[in-house]
Design a protein around this ligand. Structure first.
Ligand code: ATP
Length: 566
């Protein structure tokens, strides 16, 4: 397919902010894509080059993009940087300078989506000496045959900032519209759920689209595959144990809510073990000991286990809070050292797949029984979560108290008959923890400090989400320490934000919305200042959430609910 055809779609999407209109534009394009053999173009539609479960990255910085633009157009990097300062978006810079250049030399070759994908997909595979040079050549080759608009979108794709607003919900609805002609509202809702379910199992829009093109029956056949990450099931929140029983029924299973991070452990038929976070990041290398525990203490040819990894102090033998072990998720060096200093215990609480069969439709009580059969519990290594089946409020309260005494966050209460729903926040289970007002929010802007805080980003604008859009809910500048030894520091946050900077204006910077933080607050107020319509009183950042992505942050609806409650 000609890349220019795709760029026309990008343009249209960019011009139309309404989600309904975007869905229509996308579905019209997908109707055409149905006839094409290679459907990988669907990745490009969302500014990606691989399926969502694939974490390979192109690794292109602003500076590298500037070098490639310089190579392709003959302009010097400083000329390009000046223009960037003026326009504030490297995509627009690319468009403008390619337009000017085209007045002199007209490129002969038509750029195709296949060629764009071919070159971009090579980027993550490059390593070692000469990598930068090779990356520049691959990009410059595309830019040399680009028309102005094409250059704009190539650069934006490379920088992970397509700005056309095609989130997961729009993609799902567009696939339904393109593949199923259903006027009946009820039926349409069913199909939307099915497409969503298929995506939650596969985490790959191309595969979902291919199945949908073949019809409903095929779509239903989408299955889990150990080794490929799957989205985790999420839970609701209740205040009291009575409310919990009302929601999940009696009796139910209670288990401790560990304060660690979610881990999905996969073993495929060949015996390969892979560990993913709930963001679908592969962290197998970071947790070599977990791989060993699984080999030794979990029976089964293939499986997918849902767990919480919790840090503990190996001398005092007490559990530690998540913050203590968060660095183990990202750190790719000193792994052996970290393994000793910050050991984790894996608490397995669910199983989605076993010996070649998906278990997501199997009732929870049977999944739990199977877990207990295949895991040889080893305290401080791997074990099934601490649990109790009861219909008695008093017994449940005793269990809750014990969990808190052990330093855990609270308890979960789970419906014994429920299936597993990947990717959904459903009422098949609820959490109960002592009341604390907190939201997980993403940082979208920050400001450099002055005086002794100069050089650090010290004030952060945070946002919640609403149907794929990010909405500001305030500025936070407390909760962080000046000394690194005292806890989460300004320095640490600055270090993490700097690579995400997209635009600088004086002391203020706009950052790519990637860094998720937990913000504790006293209460919520209505506020015209922020686009969410709300502001938090006395907000403070208490922890980084490297295990969360933007799609996991608090939604506007949740904020409205909390506001009403208070
Ligand atoms: P929170 O910020 O309270 O951890 P969340 O938004 O991450 O909530 P929820 O689904 O609301 O996710 O709450 C459950 C979370 O608690 C899971 O995502 C998981 O990481 C963690 N957890 C700890 N112990 C358990 C357990 N026994 N069963 C299920 N989840 C558990």
């Amino acid at each position: 397919m000609q890349y220019s055809r795709l760029c026309e779609v990008y343009e249209e999407l960019e011009k139309n902010p309404s989600r309904l209109k975007k869905t229509e534009i996308l579905s019209n394009f997908l109707k055409k894509l149905k006839k094409e053999k290679n459907k990988e173009v669907i990745y490009l539609l969302q500014g990606k080059i691989f399926p969502d479960y694939d974490e390979r990255e192109m690794g292109i910085s602003n500076q590298l993009a500037i070098k490639a633009l310089s190579r392709a157009t003959g302009l010097s990097p400083s000329e390009i940087e000046n223009l960037w300062k003026k326009l504030g978006d490297l995509g627009l810079v690319a468009e403008e300078i390619v337009r000017k250049k085209k007045q002199v030399t007209l490129s002969a070759k038509e750029l195709t989506t296949e060629k764009v994908l071919e070159n971009l997909q090579k980027l993550p595979t490059l390593e070692g000496k000469g990598t930068i040079e090779k990356k520049i050549s691959l990009i410059a080759e595309l830019l040399t045959s680009s028309k102005p608009k094409e250059a704009k979108y190539i650069i934006r794709t490379l920088l992970g900032d397509l700005r056309v607003g095609t989130g997961a919900g729009t993609m799902r609805d567009a696939i339904v519209q393109a593949c199923f002609d259903k006027k009946d509202k009820e039926k349409k809702k069913e199909i939307i759920d099915l497409v969503q379910e298929s995506y939650d199992k596969a985490t790959d829009w191309k595969l979902v689209f291919e199945q949908a093109c073949k019809g409903l029956k095929q779509l239903e056949k989408t299955e889990l595959e150990p080794g490929k990450p799957v989205k985790v099931m999420l839970f609701l929140k209740e205040k009291t144990i009575e409310d919990g029983f009302d929601r999940v029924g009696k009796p139910c299973l209670l288990d401790w809510k560990y304060d660690g991070f979610r881990m999905m452990i996969n073993k495929d038929e060949k015996g390969n073990i892979k560990i993913f976070t709930r963001r679908l990041d592969d962290v197998t290398k970071q947790f070599p000991e977990v791989k060993e525990y699984v080999k030794k203490y979990v029976k089964g040819k293939s499986f997918i286990l849902d767990c919480e990894a919790v840090g503990y102090d190996s001398e005092k033998k007490i559990y530690l809070s998540f913050q203590n072990i968060s660095q183990r998720i990202k750190r790719k060096y000193d792994i052996e050292k970290l393994k000793k200093e910050l050991p984790v215990e894996v608490n397995v609480f669910d199983i989605l797949y076993y010996n070649g069969k998906s278990l997501i439709k199997t009732p929870f009580k049977e999944r739990r029984k199977l877990l207990e059969k295949i895991i040889k519990n080893q305290k401080w290594k791997i074990k099934t979560s601490e649990s109790l089946i009861t219909d008695d409020v008093k017994e449940a309260e005793k269990f809750y108290k014990k969990a808190l005494e052990e330093g855990e966050e609270g308890i979960m209460m789970k419906n014994l008959e429920a299936p597993y729903k990947p990717g959904a926040r459903v009422g098949y289970g609820i959490k109960i923890k002592p009341e604390e007002n907190e939201f997980d929010l993403v940082i979208i802007e920050a400001e450099y400090g002055t005086g002794k805080r100069a050089g650090w980003l010290t004030s952060y604008t945070v946002a919640c989400q609403d149907k794929g859009k990010l909405l500001e809910i305030g500025k936070v500048s407390t909760g962080l320490k000046e000394k690194e030894s005292e806890g989460l520091s300004f320095k640490e946050l600055t270090k993490r934000l700097k690579p995400l900077i997209a635009k600088e204006t004086g002391r203020r910077v706009e950052v790519k919305p990637e860094l998720v933080v937990t913000v504790v607050y006293q209460n919520i107020q209505k506020s015209p200042t922020y686009s969410s319509g709300f502001a938090l009183r006395f907000p403070r950042i208490t922890r980084l959430r490297p295990d969360r992505s933007v799609s996991d942050i608090t939604t506007l609806n949740e904020i409205k609910k909390e506001y009403k409650k208070s």
